[in-house]
Design a protein around this ligand. Structure first.
Ligand code: AMP
Ligand code: GLY
Length: 426
C-alpha cells in the first residue's frame, strides 16, 4: 500500500521510520518532511502544505493511508476533508480535535465526566479573572484557551505576576488563542505521558513515557516543546494504568460518545501523579513530540494494521488486534536544539557527525534541511532527537549521550540529565 505522513518534525520522522519497516507498505511519502525524513520516505513535489494541496496529491497518487502528525492540521479539519473524499486517514476529526484546541472545552468535558483534574475557572474579562487571582493559592497556572505552540501555559508564583500575565493574555499576547483564559490550581507531583490508540470505544495503550519540558538541567528554565523523553517509566505501573483507565480513559470516551463526537486516532493523556493518584493536566489529540521518538524506537509490532483499524476502514478492528509488543529495556531520546530556543535562534548551521553514530542509535530529524551545497543544516528550534536504548536505564542513558557527543553544530544545546528521575529510582 501507499502511505503519506503529514508533518516535518521529529515525531513525523519517527512515525515514517516505523511505517517504512511495515510489511504492508510499498511506497511511503512524507510532506513537508525534512532532511532526515528524506532517507526513509519520498518528499513529493507538492505546491504548498495546505489541506487542499495534500488532498489533491493523495487523490492523484491513490494514497491508501494518510497519517497526520501535527495538531493544527487536525484542528483545521484535514481528517474531515480526506474522509469526505472517501480516503483513509489516521487522526481525529475537527470536532474531536477541540479536546486539544480548546483548553476550556477540555476542562468542561472533564468536569462533566467527573475526571480528576485541577480545579479551574474560565475567564474572558480581566476584572472577573483578577478577582479570582486575588483569592487564589500560589503558584497558580494560567492557560491560554487555544493552540499556542506549547507556549500558552504560564505558572505564576505571585498574585502580581499572575495579574500582569492575565492582562497580557487577554490583551492579545497569544492572539485569539488567549481571548479565553483558564485559571487553574497548581498540582505538584510527577508528570507522565500516556498515549493510546483508540477507535472511540476500544483502546490499545502505548507504554508510559516521560517528557522533560523545561529547557535546562534540573528541570529549570523556560518551558519548551520537550527536551528529551524516555520509555517505559517505573512509576507507570499496571496498577496506575488500571486507575487511569477507570477514572480517566473510559469516562472520557463515554462522555465524547454522549456528545456525538467520533474520536478515532491517538489520545495523549498528560498526567500529573499526585500521591499515587492520576490527574489530567491536558489532553492532546496526536502523538507527543519527543515521546514518539523513543516509543517508535521500542515498538516491535507493525503499527500500520493499528492505524488502519482505527480509521474504521481497515480489514480488522482495533479490538481484534493483539496488544502492542515492545522491546525489553529502555528507549530514550535527547533533543539537540539551536542555542537560544525556545526564544530567538539562528538557522542554517551545518550539522556534522550524523554519519558517525553507532548502529543501535537512530537520529530523528526535526528542524533540518539541505542547503544549496547539499549539506544538512539547522532549520528550527528543536533540531535533532538522538535516540537509543539499553537493557536498563543507565545503559540507555550511556548509549544515547555517547552518540549525542558525536554530533555538533554551532551553538548546539542539549540537557545532560534526561531520564534523571528513572536513574534516581534505579
Ligand atoms: P500543558 O501545555 O497544559 O501540558 O502545560 C504545559 C506544562 O505546564 C505541563 O507539562 C506542566 O509541566 C505544567 N502544568 C500545566 N498545568 C499544570 C498544573 N495544573 N499544575 C502544575 N503544572 C502544570
Ligand atoms: N511532548 C509534549 C507534547 O507533545 O505536547
Amino acid at each position: 500500500m501507499k502511505v503519506l505522513v503529514v508533518g516535518k518534525g521529529g515525531r513525523e520522522h519517527a512515525l515514517a521510520w516505523k511505517i517504512a519497516q511495515s510489511f504492508y507498505v510499498d511506497k511511503l511519502f512524507c510532506f513537508p518532511g525534512n532532511a532526515g525524513i528524506a532517507e526513509v520516505a519520498e518528499i513529493p513535489d507538492i505546491a504548498d502544505d495546505s489541506i487542499e494541496s495534500l488532498l489533491d496529491f493523495a487523490i492523484k497518487e491513490s494514497i491508501d493511508l494518510t497519517v497526520v502528525g501535527p495538531e493544527d492540521y487536525l484542528a483545521k479539519g484535514i481528517v474531515d476533508a480526506f474522509e469526505a473524499k472517501g480516503l483513509r486517514i489516521f487522526g481525529v476529526n475537527k470536532d474531536a480535535a477541540r479536546l486539544e484546541s480548546s483548553k476550556a472545552f477540555a476542562k468542561e468535558v472533564m468536569k462533566a465526566a467527573k475526571i480528576p483534574t485541577a480545579a479551574y475557572s474560565t475567564v474572558t474579562d480581566f476584572e472577573s479573572g483578577d478577582k479570582i487571582l486575588k483569592t487564589s493559592k500560589y503558584p497558580v497556572v494560567l492557560k491560554a484557551d487555544g493552540l499556542a505552540a506549547g507556549k500558552g501555559v504560564i505558572i505564576c508564583a505571585t498574585y502580581e505576576e499572575a495579574s500582569s500575565e492575565l492582562s497580557q493574555m487577554l490583551g492579545g499576547k497569544f492572539k485569539s488563542a488567549g481571548a479565553k483564559v483558564v485559571i487553574e490550581e497548581f498540582l505538584k507531583g510527577e508528570e507522565l505521558s500516556l498515549l493510546l490508540l483508540t477507535d472511540g470505544t476500544n483502546v490499545k495503550p502505548l507504554l508510559f513515557s516521560q517528557d522533560h519540558k523545561a529547557l535546562n538541567d534540573g528541570d529549570t528554565g523556560l518551558n519548551t516543546g520537550g527536551m528529551g523523553a524516555y520509555t517505559p517509566v517505573k512509576s507507570g505501573t499496571d496498577e496506575l494504568y488500571e486507575k487511569v483507565d477507570k477514572t480517566i480513559t473510559q469516562p472520557l470516551l463515554d462522555e465524547l460518545k454522549k456528545r456525538g463526537i467520533d474520536y478515532r486516532g491517538i489520545l495523549y493523556i498528560g498526567l500529573m501523579i499526585v500521591d499515587g493518584e492520576p490527574f489530567v493536566l491536558e489532553y492532546n489529540v496526536r502523538f507527543g513530540d519527543p515521546e514518539t521518538e523513543p516509543l517508535m524506537f521500542m515498538l516491535i509490532s507493525d503499527i500500520v494494521p493499528y492505524f488502519r483499524a482505527v480509521t474504521g476502514k481497515g480489514d480488522t478492528t482495533l479490538e481484534a488486534l493483539p496488544e502492542l509488543v515492545w522491546r525489553s529495556g529502555y528507549g530514550m531520546c535527547v533533543v539537540l536544539a539551536s542555542g537560544g530556543y525556545p526564544e530567538g535562534y539562528e538557522k542554517g548551521k551545518v550539522i556534522s557527525g550524523l554519519d558517525s553514530v553507532d548502529e543501535n542509535c537512530v537520529v530523528f530529524h526535526a528542524g533540518t534541511k539541505f542547503d544549496a551545497l547539499g549539506n544538512i543544516v539547522t532549520d528550527g528550534g528543536r533540531v535533532l532527537m538522538v535516540t537509543s536504548g539499553g537493557k536498563d536505564i543507565n545503559e540507555a542513558v550511556e548509549n544515547t549521550y555517547k552518540n549525542v557527543e558525536k554530533i555538533t553544530f554551532d551553538k548546539a544545546y542539549f540537557r545532560h540529565d534526561i531520564a534523571h528521575r528513572e536513574m534516581e529510582r534505579n
